[in-house]
Design a protein around this ligand. Sequence first.
Ligand code: DAK
Length: 263
Amino acid sequence: MSRPPAGCAKEIRTEAEGPVGLITLNRPSVLNALNHPLMEGLVGALEDFERAPSIGCIIITGNAKAFAAGADIKEMDHATTAEISRDPHLSRWDRVGKCAKPVIAAVSGFALGGGCELALACDMIVASETAVFGQPEINIGVMPGAGGTQRLTRILGKTRAMEMVLTGKRMTAREALAAGLVNRVVPVESYLEQAKKLAHEIAAQPPMAVRMAKEAVLKALDVDLDAGLALERRLFYSLFDTGDQKEGMRAFIEKREPKFTGK
Ligand code: DAK
């Protein structure tokens, strides 16, 4: 598996476990504060895994204490409006949200500010019991800038998102589960294993169908029902030209396990 851009390797670690690509944020001394080299490395690794035909699902994780405590405040405290608006940082969260392959955030400990936004840019979240989510930017004189106001509101609804964004109050893992922010909450000892289990399940599915199903689900957040249904139908029809559709349906009829090839 190729490495992130030169000079960035120490801020992240990457590893392929069969069809699952694992990206670990690696600035533990600052609770994985998301500085430029880290986010550059993250996007490089994500793009490598996205291109690799052998990879079917990607996990982004941190460590037990912190997924990420936000963008690196020490990198932006002196920035002017003109400087921050030219900053390429934001596009990196967008890139995660646009990954063609499914991305799971395995979150333990702090997922705050840009860290919470990074988890929200992923498709699913497996959380440990110690995970806490929050958008504390208001406490330091700003507001969420990498998707928090939009993605949180789509998941939580206006009132709960508003309270989190305006007070900076955190949400526990259990609250996040009740609110539909995370897929599951598991003991801290097993959150990464559980994320890997889910990733392997998804990676075993036919890749073209996974890709199109992901695209269709994401579209549901952006377009009206008719447009979403029209897209769904087009993608559904297009899968009938894949070998995996023939194999999947034949295997069902022949009462055997399918062997998907990604074709
Ligand atoms: N940035 C830099 N360093 C951080 C950090 C952060 N976000 N969070 C923690 N650290 C560092 C601390 O400075 C400390 O470093 P040393 O002092 O040891 O050198 C070390 O990590 C351990 O932190 P604490 O000593 O504070 O640990 P505690 O357990 O006492 O507290 C905490 C943990 C998570 C409650 C606390 O560290 C904290 O409140 N952290 C800041 C959380 C925060 O405000 N996050 C939001 C940051 S703003 C953009 C779009 C979006 C963004 C940026 C750009 N563009 C459109 C360009 C996003 C902005 C944000 O995320």
